[in-house]
Write a protein that binds this ligand. Structure first.
Ligand code: PMP
Length: 421
């Protein structure tokens, strides 16, 4: 009998591509972007909130004053003038750094990819929060790293979990290549690492000589403007810091950066050049002029206030509409609520019904490398306006309520579990 081969190139792919599959978020985008669907899925900032007269002025200045250079190749490390400005952005959060330590990347995402390429051989162990940012998991899996998740609670990563795993690895004669963490307004968990835990984490890292990757897209999006003390400030050599303008200006310009110790920076520049020669000079100039000439701090305040109000609307609707057995955290910033469905309701299985009811979310499983997260889901409040958010929650609540009733009608309680599930 002839074998059915769906992909004629299957035999040719490198082994490292084996674990790669389209993220659930990408697969969802097609359906979720239909106008009749309220999407609480993709993690998009609201770019309509930008001042487009200001944006146009910046684009015009770049074209008129820097045109030939902006349209030319640039250096692998990134435009020096922009790196100076990015140091100012970091300073707004008390993140220490010098323009020489920075490598400009195509968004924070490329920073994560380059760091994984720099550190990970197949089978290497990487520590990450459970749940963890789906794009980071994708980058780590592309280099065949093995992700070990660490427990979180409403105060963020649990230091005891880090200590226990590091001790366990030491007993086995193994070492983690690094710990990847999003300490501020975590995607997807929506929580921030408590101040005392930051100190504990750094102490543990020092004791076990663990490298830390601190990914911080959301630190400036605290609803009250509260400041978080950066891990990078506690141990600048040990912590590689990944920043991005995506959530505080615009993801479309694809400007991110890594601030790393000098030897790492030099390697990262080589990797960056191998990947794409250099960052787009055009968008680097746009970013530089935006930061140099526009009230970017005020713009961030506007994003913060917009997202705070939307988050509040969504939480109010969740409290009034979702069944009591659901739970969720109350974010203090960022763009996401992380919710838990009643026992027995699987967020991945429920998604088809939710989409039929014209609401989209991301099932929790997308944020774990180990297949957990069945009852959880991520809801994004930054993109849709308050009315649509409320409508989306009402639709979701109907679907969840119907599912809970179905389970009770059929099983009189929880559905029977399959062995091992
Ligand atoms: N890290 C985290 C935690 C994110 O949520 C995102 C964007 N969703 C990124 C990195 C990458 O964003 P970008 O490449 O647009 O900078």
């Amino acid at each position: 009998m002839s074998q059915i081969r769906l992909d004629p190139y299957l035999q040719r792919y490198a082994g490292r591509t084996r674990g790669m599959s389209a993220s659930e978020i990408r697969a969802l985008f097609a359906v979720a972007s239909r106008p009749e669907v309220v999407s609480l899925a993709g993690g998009m900032p609201d770019t309509t909130a930008l001042d487009y007269d200001a944006v146009a002025a910046v684009f015009e200045e770049v074209a008129r004053s820097f045109g030939p250079t902006a349209l030319q190749y640039g250096g692998g490390q990134g435009l020096a003038e922009l790196r100076e400005r990015l140091v100012e952005v970091m300073a707004a959060e008390h993140v220490p750094g010098h323009a020489d330590d920075l490598v400009v990347t195509t968004g924070g995402q490329q920073g994560l990819d380059l760091l994984a390429k720099l550190f990970c051989d197949p089978g290497d162990i990487v520590l990450a929060e459970g749940p963890s940012y789906v794009g980071a998991l994708g980058a780590f899996s592309a280099y065949q790293a093995e992700v070990r998740h660490l427990a979180m609670d409403d105060q963020g990563l649990v230091p005891e979990a880090v200590g226990d795993l590091l001790a366990e690895l030491a007993v086995q004669g193994k070492r983690a290549k690094f710990l990847y963490t999003v300490p501020n307004h975590h995607n997807p968990a929506g929580v921030s690492l408590a101040p005392a835990r930051r100190e504990q984490l750094i102490e543990l890292a020092q004791r076990h000589d663990l490298l830390i990757i601190e990914d911080n897209p959301y630190g400036l999006l605290d609803f009250k403007g509260a400041e978080h003390s950066p891990l990078k400030a506690l141990d600048p050599e040990r912590v590689c810091y990944v920043g991005t303008l995506s959530k505080i200006f615009a993801p479309g310009i694809r400007i991110g950066w890594i601030a790393a110790a000098a030897p790492l920076r030099d390697k990262l520049v080589l990797l960056k050049e191998a990947a794409d020669l250099c960052q787009s000079n055009l968008t680097q100039y746009v970013a530089e002029r935006w930061l140099a000439t526009q009230p970017w701090r005020r713009q961030i305040d506007e994003f913060r206030e917009l997202y705070r109000a939307r988050c509040q609307s969504m939480l109010e609707e969740m409290a009034s509409e979702l069944p009591a057995a659901c739970s969720w955290n109350e974010p203090t910033g960022g763009m996401f609520v992380w919710a838990r469905l009643p026992d027995g309701v699987d967020s991945r299985e429920l998604l088809a019904k939710a989409l039929s009811a014209r609401v989209a979310y991301v099932p929790g499983g997308a944020f774990y490398a180990d297949g957990s997260g069945h009852r959880e889901l991520r809801l994004c409040f930054s993109f849709a306006d308050a009315e649509r958010l409320r409508e989306g929650i009402r639709r979701l609540a109907k679907v969840v309520t119907a599912e809970v009733e179905l389970i009770h009608a059929v099983y009189g309680g929880l559905p029977p579990r399959e062995a091992g599930s």
